[in-house]
Design a protein around this ligand. Structure first.
Ligand code: ADP
Ligand code: MN
Ligand code: MN
Ligand code: MN
Length: 416
């Protein structure tokens, strides 16, 4: 097998092949250009790139024999800050991002990041006559894709008068996190997703028809059954380099379906990091020519949907004797089941059918080890009589700010 990175033949061609397995290869040239800990996502060097990908100024300087300082300038003078926000797409908001080049003497702490703006009329967040929306930096992460001093800046969307935009769900989540801080809520969210080919079929699905039925794929190992592992691995490395508290990955029940888990972390932290984890996943998959879907039911029929099981605990649940608080939490969730289901992602009724390891969307149940229940108490938790509960209802396409806030409001709101 060719151990060199895939070199695109046109600027639009995917620069990685999902089938080659050659992504994180040991290539001296790629290593030499990325002597920083965040550059896990290696790219073809300038020397390896075809002429079409080399910026014109760079190329013409070479022809003219002018020394080229552009590479040095790129890494020493300017920092690329990728401003990331959540748009107003309905029914499921999408990620957006754009790059701000800032001077490297300005620092990269949150306080150093300037407020910025965007055209809200292009993101379903404003009308054309009052199109300006404001980007208020909320968290800064090292950018594992660009490496170096470059950063990812997760933002809240604000109105020009300084109030939270109606699509800004982080603001309400922050209020709830503050209100119930003394219970120290912790979350672990399992993000299931599906890798799609350009024709819209999941990876591992033939162009016509279907693959062999579900069974061997979940946590499977093997060339035939499992596809997309190099994307999942690359994504895990990127999360680790960015400081996203990823706690694991696994191949899922349907071919082309994978999962990564974020947490355990607090309400705002887990939600911020899940959004940044999604950003990194989309961004890495672009280079493979693969599209990531977090749709709840990407393939109709006898194929598992994609969930975002939300594992939750309070300080009281984690302490000795925590089981009674876990059961009280389950009961509190049951009393507000309809309110929760309404915010658990577009298409939740199609996914929560009672089949494929789900409880029906219009019924509520909880139980130890029960993957057919709405809420599961893991067996180890039952043995220890303390720990956490797993809300299995949230879809893959949830807004974690909304779901995590609701769980804290419902469960902590019911505590004495
Ligand atoms: P499953 O068996 O449902 O596939 P996973 O191992 O995928 O479980 O996910 C379990 C999640 O629970 C992880 O994200 C982990 O961080 C989280 N978790 C573990 N302990 C706690 C806790 N005390 N509170 C909240 N989340 C927790
Ligand atoms: Mn899991
Ligand atoms: Mn899963
Ligand atoms: Mn789970």
């Amino acid at each position: 097998m060719n151990k060199l990175p895939q070199i695109p033949t046109s600027p639009n061609a995917p620069s990685k092949s999902v089938d080659s397995g050659s992504l994180c290869d040991n290539n001296d040239a790629t290593r030499a250009t990325s002597n920083n800990s965040h550059a896990v996502h290696k790219r073809a060097t300038t020397a390896q790139r075809p002429a079409a990908m080399i910026p014109l100024v760079h190329w013409s300087r070479r022809i003219l024999g002018v020394p080229n300082h552009q590479e040095d300038l790129r890494t020493t003078v300017a920092i690329k800050a990728e401003y990331i926000w959540i748009d107003g797409t309905e029914p499921t908001p999408q990620l957006r991002s754009k790059t701000k080049v800032i001077s490297d003497d300005s620092g990269t702490d949150l306080a150093d990041m300037p407020v910025w703006g965007f055209d809200g009329s292009s993101t379903n967040q404003a009308t054309g006559d009052k199109s300006d929306c404001v980007l208020k930096p909320a968290r800064v992460f090292p950018d594992p894709i660009r490496g170096g001093e470059n950063v990812l800046v997760l933002c809240e969307v604000m109105l020009v008068d300084g109030k939270a935009h109606p699509t800004n769900t982080r603001a309400a989540a922050a209020r709830t996190a503050k209100k119930y801080k003394k219970h120290e809520p912790m979350f672990g969210i399992e993000q299931e997703y599906t890798m799609l080919k350009p024709n819209g079929n999941p990876l591992g699905f033939p162009d016509d028809g279907f693959p062999a039925p579900q069974g061997p794929y979940y946590c499977g190992v093997g060339e035939i059954a499992i596809t997309g592992r190099n994307i999942a691995e690359d994504h895990m490395d990127a999360c680790l380099a960015a400081g996203v508290t990823i706690s694991g990955i696994n191949a899922e029940v349907m071919p082309g379906q994978w999962e990564f888990q974020v947490g355990p972390a607090g309400l705002l932290e887990v939600s911020d990091e899940l959004w940044v984890g999604r950003y990194l996943l989309h961004r890495i998959a672009e280079d493979y020519g693969v599209v990531i879907s977090i749709d709840a039911k990407p393939v109709k029929g006898d194929w598992n949907g994609a969930g975002a099981h939300t594992n939750f605990s309070t300080k009281e649940m984690r302490e000795d004797g925590g089981m009674k608080h876990i059961e009280a939490g389950c009961k509190a969730l049951g009393r507000r089941a309809a309110v929760h289901i309404a915010s658990y992602g577009d298409g939740v009724e199609d996914r929560l059918t009672g089949a494929h390891e789900t409880q029906r969307h219009d019924q509520f149940s909880y139980g130890v080890s029960d993957r057919g229940a709405s809420v599961r108490i893991p067996w180890q938790v039952a043995v220890d009589k303390k720990g956490y509960l797993e809300d299995r209802r949230p879809n893959g396409n949830i807004d974690p700010y909304v779901v995590a806030r609701l769980m804290v409001d419902t469960i902590c709101g019911a505590m004495k």
